[in-house]
Design a protein around this ligand. Structure first.
Ligand SMILES: [Zn+2]
Length: 198
């Protein structure tokens, strides 16, 4: 999975990402079950994410078969929330392969700290890559989070917000609401698909 475009929309406090799957036929977690398994082990808080997937599944259950970029979306939100206490951060994952080449996804994530968000995106990309290539030793979650918290601090300093937001840094009010995730091979009449995280 590769992030090919990062577009910051300050007015909406949202970042839009274009994500490409190198193999357009391999985009589901069921094709790479080691990915969610290892990710939930590294970041147990992910199991507390809300995910409105139309089936009433918990996010953990949803991850048995969902789009890898949807997992990526949740990971970006989780990393941001761990590095800096946040209100609810939302995300969405869309794709429309009538317009775009197969394997392209559009991921949207909220942010409160722009520099942190970009750091979280790059870190999430690297973590998924390492886990997918089974290079577990490349991921030192504690060290990465310490770095990311420093990025968050720099981001606040850049924006003239020196004070750390209130929160114990443990409770992660992250939620994600995702619309029914159907197989993109069955494109609905309007030709779009959406997995929405909130
Ligand atoms: Zn979700």
């Amino acid at each position: 999975m590769k992030v090919t475009e990062i577009c910051v929309v300050p007015a909406e406090r949202r970042i839009r990402l274009t994500v490409e799957m190198p193999n357009p036929d391999r985009f589901l977690t069921s094709q790479a079950p080691h990915l969610p398994r290892r990710l939930f082990r590294l970041f147990p808080n992910l199991s507390q994410h809300k995910c409105e997937n139309g089936r009433g599944y918990t996010f953990r259950r949803e991850c048995r078969q969902t789009e890898i970029p949807h997992l990526f979306e949740h990971l970006i939100i989780e990393l941001q929330a761990q590095a800096q206490p946040a209100e609810v951060l939302r995300g969405e994952t869309h794709w429309n392969w009538r317009v775009d080449p197969k394997g392209r996804f559009h991921v949207f994530v909220d942010y409160e700290n722009e520099l942190l968000a970009v750091g979280a995106i790059r870190l999430a990309e690297r973590i998924l890559q390492s886990l997918d290539e089974r290079h577990l030793e490349d991921v030192d979650a504690e060290l990465e989070m310490a770095r990311l918290r420093e990025v968050a601090r720099l981001g606040r300093a850049l924006m003239g917000q020196e004070k750390e937001p209130q929160g114990d840094g443990k409770t992660v009010p992250v939620t994600a609401s995702c619309s029914p995730v159907r197989s993109p091979t069955r494109v609905p009449a309007n030709g779009t698909q959406k997995a929405r995280g909130r």
